[in-house]
Design a protein around this ligand. Structure first.
Ligand code: SF4
Length: 268
């Protein structure tokens, strides 16, 4: 299969964008630099005196490209800022707080979702759980189903505000350069209504993904997806390992939107 072009951030981009980034400060407050902690749970939410606002990169309607609702219509809300810098990141344009194109209020976001008439929201980033007041947003979206696409470094439990919220959690494998940040507790906390996604770059990643699935008995706990990053590990290679290892309960998933539209196109 033809390898997909990927956007790669240079080290100079990373060091420049991390300086004075409010999201970096926020992630340090939440204690998610090297591993997840329960600090997020212990934090008290200050009383709100003003309506919450969110650093928005873009919002649009499309089909979900991956996860349990792949192929179904969804309203995408992409928030700005991420605490990680994956080697193969394809959303570099959303990595910093400065990536925001708008500061949007809670009411404006909820009104936008209502007027679309779409029953599903994909809350993504960046890392959406780093946004201040994201819990208020999740609570306010109780009239739709929400999939929170999270990078796996943040404890998901404090953000379970209702049955309408499901988590699509990444596990960043060694090839991402970010495995040391993973919140291993999430591997225990996911449910059958959530999903874990392993993005596989090479044979080492594949081996680690299989080991984690077995170690945490994930096929019984949650929905599982394997997808690929680039040519070193093709989708056919993944299928071969799935056959060899008899990996029942795992789905190979290709990012649909990258096949339907230009892989680097935004807002689709
Ligand atoms: S977690 Fe997502 S947005 Fe953040 S660097 Fe990794 S791929 Fe990019």
């Amino acid at each position: 299969m033809k390898p997909l072009p990927i956007a790669v951030c240079t080290m100079s981009d990373m060091s420049r964008t991390l300086v004075n980034d409010p999201i970096k400060v926020r992630s340090e407050e939440l204690g998610v630099r090297s591993s997840c902690t329960s600090r997020a749970q212990r934090q008290t939410v200050p009383e709100l005196v003003e309506e919450p606002t969110y650093a928005l990169v873009e919002h649009f309607i499309s089909i979900d490209g991956e996860g349990p609702t792949a192929g179904a219509l969804s309203v995408f809300i992409r928030l700005a800022g991420c605490n990680l810098r994956c080697t193969w990141c394809d959303t570099c344009y959303a990595q910093t707080h400065q990536s925001a194109t708008d500061s949007i209020t809670l009411t404006q976001l909820v009104d936008y979702v209502k007027q679309t008439g779409i029953a599903h929201v994909t809350l993504t980033g960046g890392e959406p759980l780093l946004q201040p007041h994201v819990k208020e947003l999740l609570q306010a979206l109780s009239f739709v189903t929400v999939h929170v696409e999270t990078n796996g470094s943040i404890d998901i439990e404090p953000f379970r505000v209702g049955e309408h919220v499901h988590f699509v959690v990444d596990y960043k494998l060694p090839g991402s350069g970010m495995e040391h940040t993973m919140c291993l507790e999430n591997l225990e906390k996911v449910t059958l209504a959530d999903a874990y996604k392993f993005v596989i770059a090479d044979a080492v990643d594949m081996q680690k993904a299989v080991a984690l699935v077995k170690q945490y008995n994930l096929t019984r706990k949650t929905q599982l997806y394997f997808s690929t990053v680039f040519a070193e590990m093709t989708p056919a290679d993944v299928v071969e390992v799935m056959k060899q290892e008899k990996l029942n309960g795992i789905k190979l998933q290709l990012q649909l939107h990258k096949y339907i539209w230009n892989p680097s196109e935004r807002g689709v």
